[in-house]
Design a protein around this ligand. Structure first.
Ligand code: ANZ
Ligand code: ZN
Length: 819
């Protein structure tokens, strides 16, 4: 008797698959359809954990499904191997970040081999390899040529702990996304990518993703880009030549503007403040400089501000309004100044009530007076007190006032974005060096393409890498001091490295031709494989990584290197793995070790438990998962295969019809469930087929029936998407040739999908009036409805009311008319 032993099965098949290489993608066109299944590549922080186990089990399902269907599938793996943790580890251990990084990569690769996603290992890449980052640098230079990579000075986010700047995207609620430290503001010159040039396209192209990406991700992207439409309005400031422009989404409320507010940290405030207000202003401004953007935009906080001692003139009615400085207006949005309309904007109202400024209603909405209630009225209504736009609605008022402003040359329609340019330079060591040389006479000089890659120096280690507010690369004198590529004079390399999000913005292009030496990728290979058919990864990347990747793709499109504008056709965001309702983390001791779970239950149990626990998008609480139940189920699968194995294969058509119907319905449903990403339900269907096969063996036609073999083979093939080791073993126990992944995907016989029907006799007052073909499992109320709807029954009733209906589903319905 063969007991199911997950460990033995794993060992056997891991070795066999390594020989058979069933998952290599074919370069050449061989007539097969191509599919590209992509998983977000891992960061090599220690060994794989439960989160990886979940993500890669989910990503493996579509890949294996496509393999099973006989497609030419690209399912690559690599590592996102630059980044701070490696550097911090190197400082601690007095070593080089590469040591920690590549050791962890090997550990993870070993665990992946055991966990066995259907990877094409020949395409493996690491972003910290010079052969990879050479092309990251090459792309940086192309961006630079196009004016999309540029340096500017200005206020930036600074993490005092990591001693480096952060992109806006890496500041979460005022804290460093990585280490949680409170982020400070510093004025520094840094490199940026001009993603704002692509803001409209990043929004508009989302149309292609609608219905294929999760709605919540599209919404997050939309909000992050934050397109807003309105008008720029010019206000003359008394005693200043240049008018001040404000941005407003509600130009229809222009007649309700009772004061102006300038951002306290904007240059304009400093410039226009009247002498008698300067001391108060400067004290206030210094306070504001210590606040985070989140604090400043909060509607909960008490409003603060100072009068600047100056007046602005409303361009439509010539009214003089006071100019204030406050923190709730941001220096780097719109024009850093606003017209305040307290009646219809809550923050303006809070400010007006605090400082005793007038409130004037210009849109009648039917709600109570804001000055009295303290609640601004933001809805639509009838415009009043507003000269040429009186009586209009909000939309008409906006259109009309913009016309008036444009005629007079004091304003125009305008669009604003929340999106800011992407700050890409970092003052850290373990990243891709920026391929620029600074020369006293030539300025910023790109490193010529044929001198790439600019390789990181290998003589810095341990304490050399400690954060000091300037890149550790600055201390590698031999590396830094070079001759200018243009004039040959003394020059210095740029010492910053790139944000690791740059590395991960294009790795999926590289997978199409990972050893290509003429460019970042072979254009022809990308044309064949991309866009990616299915991208699987965590929702934590819903904004940054996906936005940056979409941006890179559009730039490559503009460079003529790709012929599509969106890289990922379909996106699946899995939930998190938690334990007892809380996130897993080392620091809380709330950790389940993947290796231990695999040692105890085997790979297939872990995979199946992950996939069966709920829809892929939902969080999984490992405390609620039943690995023991999964282990039992896999044992049953194995036993069925073993019992059928000794029976010769015969034509299934001669087999038990009822079981065949279950088998083919399972094929049909599993196919559409897998395509819809409903993996947990697909597994439930396979479980039902296993039960049906068991019944057929024990109390039905027996293991010798060809329908039972058909069921057993169907179980092996469909289960291979979710529990590949057990499926392979079952397939081989059934004496079929390995690997099961090449066995094809079964097709349901339409004839077997038609539901069986029985004849139901319908009587009226005891006389048979009709016969209906109905499914055997029909519900009584449904049968009653069908019977009463029958034209023959209606005729027989002749308009009489029904006193009683007696239903014996599915065979008889007896209708008793009222007399
Ligand atoms: C007058 C007004 C009246 C406004 C009204 C709103 C309602 P979004 O949608 O985010 O673009 N605003 C403009 N620049 C600002 C800045 N730098 N910092 C803070 N707030 C600023 O919002 C645009 C609205 O936010 C603008 O429209 C402006 O207030 C304010 F009944 O102008 B509004
Ligand atoms: Zn020079």
């Amino acid at each position: 008797d063969e007991q199911y032993d997950p460990r033995a099965v794993q060992d056997t098949w891991q070795a066999r698959w390594a020989e058979l290489l069933p998952f290599a993608a074919a370069e050449e066109d061989d007539g097969r359809e191509r599919r590209y299944a992509l998983d977000m590549f891992p960061y090599p922080s220690g060994d794989l954990h439960m989160g990886h186990a979940e993500a890669f089990a989910i990503g493996d399902v579509p890949a294996r499904y496509w393999f099973q269907k006989g497609f030419n599938v690209l399912h690559p793996i690599g590592w996102d191997s630059f980044g701070l943790p490696a550097e911090n580890a190197a400082i601690k251990r007095d070593s080089h970040p590469a040591e920690w990084t590549y050791a962890n990569i090997e550990t993870q690769a070993g665990s992946f081999h055991r966990y066995a996603p259907s990877f094409d290992w020949t395409r493996r890449l690491h972003t910290s390899d010079p052969e990879y980052y050479r092309w990251t640098q090459w792309l940086f230079l192309r961006f630079h040529e196009r004016g999309l990579a540029y340096r500017k000075g200005g206020q930036v986010n600074w993490c005092p702990n990591d001693q480096t700047v952060l992109a806006n995207e890496q500041v979460v609620g005022g804290h460093c996304e990585r280490c949680g430290a409170l982020v400070e503001k510093r004025v520094l010159t840094q490199w940026y990518f001009k993603i704002t040039d692509y803001a409209d396209r990043l929004l508009d192209d989302m149309e292609q993703l609608e219905g294929h990406w999760p709605d919540r991700v599209l919404l997050m992207q939309r909000n992050w880009i934050g397109r807003s439409t309105g008008a720029d309005v010019d206000f003359v400031i008394e005693g200043r030549d240049e008018p001040v422009t404000v941005y407003t989404t509600r130009p229809d409320t222009l007649y309700g503007a009772t004061f102006m507010v300038v951002a306290a940290d904007a240059a304009l405030a400093e410039e226009i403040v009247a002498p008698e207000q300067r001391a108060a202003f400067e004290a206030y401004r210094d306070e504001v400089s210590r606040e985070s953007e989140i604090e400043r935009l909060s509607t909960e906080r008490e409003k603060t501000g100072v009068f600047l001692g100056r007046y602005a003139v409303n361009p439509v009615n010539g009214e003089r309004i006071p100019v204030w400085a406050a923190d709730y207006v941001l220096a780097d949005y719109g024009h850093g100044a606003i017209m305040a309309v307290p009646a219809h904007d809550q923050r303006d109202l809070d400010f007006a009530l605090k400082f005793g400024l007038p409130v004037r209603v210009v849109v009648e909405t039917g709600e109570a007076d804001p000055a009295e209630t303290g609640v601004a009225t933001a809805g639509d209504g009838r415009i009043v007190n507003s000269g040429p736009i009186d009586g209009l609605t909000k939309a008409d008022g906006i259109a009309k006032i913009i016309e008036v402003l444009e005629e007079r040359g004091t304003g125009k329609a305008s669009v604003n974005f929340r999106l800011r340019d992407w700050l890409v330079s970092r003052q850290r060591f373990w990243g891709c060096p920026i391929p620029i040389v600074h020369c006293a006479s030539c300025g910023e000089v790109p490193v010529p393409d044929d001198q790439l890659p600019v390789v990181l120096p290998d003589n810095l280690r341990g304490a050399d890498l400690a954060p000091k507010g300037e890149s550790p690369l600055a201390s590698a004198h031999d590396w830094v001091n070079v001759s200018c590529p243009k004039c040959g004079g003394d020059a210095r390399r740029d010492t910053d490295t790139m944000d690791t999000f740059v590395d991960s913005s294009w790795y999926y292009f590289r997978y199409c031709s990972p050893r290509y030496t003429e460019g970042p990728f072979d254009v022809e290979a990308v044309r064949k494989w991309m866009p990616v058919d299915q991208y699987t990864g965590g929702v934590e990347h819903a904004i940054l990584h996906l936005l940056y990747s979409r941006f890179f793709t559009k730039v490559l499109y503009d460079m003529g290197m790709v012929d599509f504008t969106e890289p990922f056709r379909r996106l699946m965001n899995q939930g998190q793995v938690i334990l007892n309702g809380a996130g897993m983390s080392k620091s809380t001791g709330n950790l389940v070790d993947l290796g231990e779970q695999i040692d105890e239950f085997g790979v297939d149990v872990v995979r199946l438990a992950m996939l069966f626990s709920g829809p892929p998008e939902d969080d999984i609480d490992w405390a609620d998962v039943s690995p023991h139940g999964m282990l039992k189920f896999l044992g049953r699968v194995h036993r069925i295969a073993a019992e059928v194995a000794s029976e010769p294969g015969a034509d299934p058509a001669k087999g038990d019809a009822a079981l065949r119907r279950v088998t083919h319905r399972t094929i049909d449903e599993v196919t559409s469930l897998v395509e819809a990403g409903r993996f947990n339900v697909a597994i439930a269907r396979i479980m039902e087929l296993v039960s049906a096969a068991r019944r057929a063996i024990d109390s039905g036609p027996g293991a010798a029936d060809p329908a039972v073999r058909e069921a057993a083979e169907t179980i092996a093939v469909t289960l291979s998407l979710f529990a590949p080791y057990t499926a392979e073993e079952a397939w081989s126990v059934l004496r079929r040739p390995a690997p099961v992944i090449r066995a094809g995907w079964p097709e349901a016989d339409p004839a077997l999908l038609v539901e069986e029907s029985v004849t139901c006799v319908v009587q009226v007052a005891g006389k048979v009036r009709d016969r209906l073909d109905v499914p055997p499992a029909i519900a009584a109320d449904e049968l009653e409805r069908l019977a009463l709807a029958s034209p023959k029954v209606r005729d027989a009733l002749g308009g009489a009311d029904v006193a009683k209906v007696i239903v014996r589903a599915p065979k008889i319905v007896n209708i008793v008319p009222k007399r």
